[in-house]
Write a new protein. Structure first.
Length: 251
């Protein structure tokens, strides 16, 4: 298994990656309810696992990938915005997560608020900036019960400046800290809750455009992840590499 893996939560985004890396799949297999693809492209080789829904399934797959040798993980999914400035099609890079799921409590940690290394977030933020995506870093709320995202909870988390809600991030952060691997999450805003009137954007043009850019961001930053997190890559080189990929994409 390559040391770099993607956890891709939705079938739609998996299809997007398959279109972007045609005829480059080296191997595929089933893992629980997810498919595992090993993809080789110029300058990068990675495993891609998905789809998956919720913390328990995401952690089942993550644990298996770690056992098979994965050490760097980028999880890609969707989220609901809790803040008025965060719009459909924007990207959230979680720094921390409030857990209302039942999986992370099984992973005792000294740090009660695990999250990604700063270098990983900087690398991803630069990649999304080069792709002309509006990107925000902050806290998210992870829940097992999307139909219990009540008015009182939305208001409380909005007041606490929590950016968005999803179902997996807090558990993935807990497991990555427990297993001592590097993991970051990128979430595309698919719907808005801040006004207490649900606005879905699953067919919105901005949402679709951002999702289509995900493979290019991965191809730009993926090869840099091990050296960057190992402390061998300067911020200038990160920007240069991401810019090269963006120029190649446009050309």
């Amino acid at each position: 298994m390559p040391p770099l893996a993607l956890l891709v939560f939705t079938p739609q985004d998996i299809d997007c990656f398959k279109r972007s890396f045609p005829a480059r799949e080296k191997h595929s297999a089933r893992m629980f309810l997810a498919e595992i693809h090993t993809v080789a492209a110029p300058g990068i080789e990675f495993a891609m696992a998905g789809p998956m829904l919720g913390a328990p399934q995401a952690v089942l797959v993550l644990e298996k990938l770690v056992a098979l040798g994965v050490r760097y993980v980028l999880a890609l999914g969707w989220c609901g915005s809790l803040q008025p400035h965060l719009r459909i099609g924007d990207v959230v890079l979680p720094e921390r997560a409030v857990s209302e799921e039942g999986t992370s409590t099984h992973y005792p940690l000294e740090d009660a608020n695990p999250g990604p290394r700063e270098g990983f977030l900087d690398l991803l933020g630069n990649g999304f900036e080069q792709a002309a995506c509006a990107c925000f870093q902050g806290t998210v709320w992870s829940t097992d019960a999307p139909y219990r995202e009540t008015v009182s909870k939305v208001l409380a988390y909005r007041e606490q400046k929590v950016l968005a809600v999803d179902m997996e991030t807090s558990a993935l952060f807990a497991v990555s800290a427990f297993r001592n691997i590097d993991l970051a999450v990128a979430l595309v805003v698919s719907d808005e809750l801040s006004t207490l009137q649900w606005r879905h954007g699953f067919r919105d043009e901005a949402f679709q455009e951002t999702r289509e850019k995900l493979p290019f961001v991965v191809q730009a930053v993926g090869p840099l992840v091990p050296s960057c997190l190992g402390g061998h890559l300067s911020p200038a080189r990160i920007a240069s590499r991401a810019g090269e990929s963006d120029a190649d994409r446009k050309g």
